[in-house]
Design a protein around this ligand. Structure first.
Ligand code: PRX
Length: 635
């Protein structure tokens, strides 16, 4: 262990002090005092952060809680997140700075300066306008990890349209449901995307989804993989054709937006079968994502930031697309799989591009760790200064490997706890924070968290309880799209005045938070968020299945894996072939990440007298644990 780290037995965990070279250049040098100030005077704290960005008209109130839990931020303020992400930089030397470096899986590369990124965004914004897209419309984007993800999202926001990005790993029904809920008329997709040398046939999936949800009038297709695809005349247009027309003029004014105007909807899994449309707005989300990245990952002009997530998830929205640009940073984006063609692909990229900050998920770290140290050791990784983790609790073994083998003991790991709903990091170290492997450490500025019992009372340090947030913050979701009642009930209904996260956690004697995991019917599979109910309804949509139950069980690489129990239609027998058919079916409807690890055929499922499947009991049985209270069991 390098000399700058002290190993102590504090609250049962090793403690890693940050190296002095990291501390000396940190954007924030002190936590406790500033944290207290941010709680004592939230309007002052967030108002000052917002003033670092440009506004067309100032706000008259930083926070309005008169309609809680429908909080509003920067009320009366006019801005546009794209004005701050792009336009603002064009007036400075950043105009010529590299905004985005991209490498495709086959090894092709592209680079955009702030100037050229803005130009593409303006051109596509004009294309959208010519198609009649206007303020308030919701455009669905279904793409692989290519620069057009970023360009098309920014183009929507620029003209005041909202985007609904559907992760490129989702499939037919997942896409159809999201199109339907958003009532999108315009969809942006690609012929395909590269993954492990294979083509994901996005356009075929799109065609099937659009057949189920015919609200789509125009489909814009980016040519990525080049194979023959179906192009429906009058509906489907090639992106490059449209971008070559005179309508795609290189200048486009940025639409002034109200701080509380809709920026995007991002669907995420909850406790029912239908995904929830999480609503984020221009003003608060902008200030929050800007500040969190700047403080937590210590973003500097000379950094090369790599957030290895997908823009289709919140991590990508906030920390690939918006926040790096708001901070004027240089971002790197990679299309493909982490171990293709060899397990050193990522390390090769870190070396080739001189990445200084790498932000990824525990599942990726575990996946790379299993190939051994020789692969990363072949590469010069000394450009790295900070590392990051997100998506699920990181097991201390993976933490140590990441810290020692990748970071050579010199790079603190920012284990950031947050959610689609929170917009940005909530519980997270700063580069100056002493770290304990497996703990996301302490709340970010302005964030007041607690661990409470069933009655909403703070539990004793060390005890497990519900993780809650006790006051609003600028990056919070504003509501659920078209479902304000569910927003109120689901997030603010359980404990008075507290936002319920759906996670359980523990706090130790040093005030460090240890997130344990979901306590609702949400499963984190390889860091991806899936609802048990979504998997169940995908299974039941197969004609042979009458009922299904899905649970998450621990998995060495994925964190959790989906295990399912299925009741077949009367007269049918389960067999290995049917298991494969049903797995494929779930993959086809939802996407490969949702394919169950196991399918067990059963004749009945444990249910409460009111008919709810007792997943808790299925889990306990599968793990050989005590079954707990089964007094509500029907049979
Ligand atoms: O359970 C927590 C887990 O991921 C959930 C949120 O998932 P999602 O909305 O998809 O957003 C993921 C990326 C922000 C949380 O409720 N989670 C996220 N980060 C961590 C985590 N669990 C433990 N430690 C983390 N750092």
């Amino acid at each position: 262990m390098p000399s700058n780290q002290k190993k102590t037995n504090n609250a049962n965990a090793e403690l890693y002090n940050p190296p002095s070279q990291v501390v000396s250049q940190a954007n924030v040098k002190e936590y406790e005092k500033l944290y207290q100030l941010s709680l004592d005077d939230p309007s002052g704290f967030w108002g000052e952060r917002a003033e670092e960005l440009e506004w067309f008209a100032p706000w008259n109130k930083v926070i309005d809680d008169s309609r809680k839990p429908f909080y509003q931020w920067f009320v009366g303020g006019k801005t546009n997140i794209v004005h701050n992400a792009l336009d603002r930089h064009l007036k400075t030397a950043r105009k010529n700075k590299v905004a985005l470096i991209w490498e495709g899986e086959p090894g092709d590369t592209r680079m955009y300066s702030y100037f050229s990124l803005n130009r593409e965004v303006c051109k596509f914004a004009n294309v959208l306008k010519s198609l009649g897209v206007k303020k308030g419309d919701i455009v669905t984007i279904y793409l692989p990890r290519i620069p057009e993800q970023v360009i098309t999202m920014l183009a929507c926001a620029k003209i005041g349209a909202a985007h609904s990005v559907v992760y490129g790993g989702f499939s037919v029904e997942a896409l159809a449901e999201r199109i339907e809920d958003a009532q999108s008329r315009v969809l942006i997709t690609a012929d395909g995307g590269w993954i492990r040398g294979n083509i994901v046939k996005l356009k075929d999936i799109t065609d099937e989804a659009v057949a189920r949800q015919p609200t789509i009038e125009t489909c814009i297709v980016i040519r990525r993989t080049g194979q023959e695809i179906n192009m429906e005349s009058g509906r489907d247009y090639w992106y490059h054709d449209l971008m070559g027309l005179p309508i795609a003029a290189p200048n486009c004014p940025t639409e002034p937006m109200d701080a509380e105007d809709l920026l995007f909807i991002l669907y995420t899994s909850g406790t029912t079968g239908r995904p929830k449309g999480i609503v984020h707005t221009h003003g608060g989300y902008m200030v929050y994502t800007y500040t969190t990245l700047k403080y937590v990952f210590d973003i500097k002009d000379e950094d090369r930031w790599w957030c290895a997530a997908d823009p289709g998830w919140i991590t990508g929205h906030s920390y690939i697309v918006y926040s790096p640009l708001l901070n004027g940073a240089t971002s790197f984006m990679y299309e493909g799989a982490l171990n293709y063609p060899y397990p050193n692909r990522w390390w090769q990229l870190v070396e080739k591009y001189g990445i200084t900050i790498l932000y990824t998920a525990p599942t990726a770290i575990r996946g790379l760790m299993r190939f051994g140290d020789a692969w990363p050791n072949r590469h010069d990784l000394t450009s790295l200064r900070l590392l990051g983790s997100v998506g699920e609790p990181i097991n201390p073994e993976a933490w140590r490997w990441y810290h020692t083998v990748i970071g050579k003991g010199n790079c603190p790991i920012m284990d950031t706890w947050w959610q689609t709903e929170t917009g940005g990091f909530m519980i997270t170290p700063l580069p100056i924070t002493p770290l304990k492997p497996g703990s996301a450490t302490k709340p970010f500025f302005g964030i007041e968290v607690d661990v409470v019992d069933e009655d909403g009372k703070t539990v004793t340090d060390g005890d497990e309880g519900f993780l809650v947030v006790k006051r609003p913050w600028p990056g919070m979701l504003r509501t659920l799209y078209k479902d304000p009642d569910r927003y109120k009930e689901q997030y603010w209904g359980k404990f008075k005045g507290m936002y319920q996260t759906g996670d359980s956690a523990r706090r130790d004697a040093d005030g460090y938070v240890w997130v344990i995991g979901r306590i609702d019917d949400v499963i984190k599979v390889s860091g991806y968020r899936l609802g048990t109910a979504e998997v169940e309804s995908a299974l039941v949509s197969h004609p042979d299945v009458t009922e299904a139950a899905a649970i998450g069980l621990p998995h060495e690489l994925k964190g959790n894996a989906i295990h399912t129990y299925v009741i077949l239609r009367a007269g049918l027998e389960g067999n290995d072939k049917l298991v494969e058919i049903l797995k494929e079916h779930v993959g086809h409807e939802l996407g490969p990440i949702a394919k169950p690890e196991s399918i067990t055929f059963v004749s009945s499922l444990p249910k409460t007298r009111s008919g709810k499947i007792m997943r808790r009991l299925l889990r306990a049985r599968a793990l050989g644990q005590p079954e707990g209270d089964i007094s509500t069991l029907e049979d």
